[in-house]
Design a protein around this ligand. Structure first.
Ligand code: ADP
Ligand code: MG
Length: 236
């Protein structure tokens, strides 16, 4: 733990966790791979506020709770650390499920899956969209163990955990809850509890939402480790 220096970057909430990449404004200043930079391409160059605040920490492997309003770029704030975490771990086809991204709604899951396919096109990971009512769950069951990144709704993920033979997420590296405030809502509470109880505790966890989710109970359930609380309210 570095000593507190006068000019050390300090997070918006007043904590003092150090990241050498705090203060970066462009994606290409971050410690990310060539593949990631190519995936971002010319469409994404300057980071949005929530990306600037969170990526220096999430790319260091820290747990992050990020809050920023709709349209502020939260998707890339978690897709980049997901891709880079697995890339650095040299994750391959044989390694199975390395990341799970949970979204509260099918439509949102589809959108972020499409974004993942675009920015992750130079990484060689397999990704699957597991959402209810889309296609036959039996077809999914045959391939789900060969996927590296799962984008899913809570109900469908739980269904696989309960029903799919040999469904294995014991090697999970990084868990993401998108729209965490909505997922942590009572509607998904039971499903989420059941999911979390089956995931390894040794992992990185990223939570993003439009509002800051502060409930101590919720955080305890997710077994976050010394998370960075990052809240961005201003227009970016
Ligand atoms: P949120 O999840 O916070 O509601 P999104 O991740 O869906 O926001 O992003 C909203 C829009 O902003 C998307 O169209 C996305 O492509 C765009 N976007 C995100 N980050 C950047 C960026 N750094 N530069 C330019 N456009 C961005
Ligand atoms: Mg979003």
């Amino acid at each position: 733990i570095p000593a507190l220096l006068p000019n050390m970057p300090v997070g918006p909430t007043g904590d003092s966790s150090f990241s050498p990449y705090a203060g970066s404004t462009q994606f290409d200043q971050l410690p990310i791979s060539r593949k990631m930079k190519d995936g971002l391409g010319s469409k994404y160059t300057v980071m949005s506020e929530i990306q600037r605040a969170s990526l220096p920490h999430s790319l260091c492997g820290r747990d992050v709770l990020g809050a920023a309003k709709t349209g502020s770029g939260k998707t890339l704030a978690f897709l980049i650390p997901v891709l880079e975490k697995l890339y650095r771990a040299r994750w391959g086809p044989e390694d199975g499920v390395g990341s799970i991204i949970i979204s509260p709604a099918r439509e949102l899951a589809m959108q972020l899956f499409n974004e993942l396919k675009k920015v992750g096109k130079y990484h060689n990971f397999s990704a699957g969209l597991l959402i209810g009512g889309r296609k036959d769950v039996d077809t999914e069951k045959e391939c789900v163990n060969n996927l590296n990144i799962l984008v899913c709704t809570p109900g469908r993920l739980l269904q696989h955990m309960d029903e799919t033979p040999n469904f294995d997420c014991s090697q999970l590296q990084i868990l993401v809850l998108d729209e965490a405030d909505r997922i942590l809502d009572t509607g998904f509470k039971k499903a989420l509890n059941a999911i979390i109880s089956q995931l390894p505790k040794q992992r990185q966890t990223l939570l993003f939402s439009a509002t800051q989710t502060k409930s101590v109970q919720d955080l305890a359930r997710l077994s976050l480790k010394d998370p960075e609380y990052l809240s961005v309210h201003a227009e970016s």
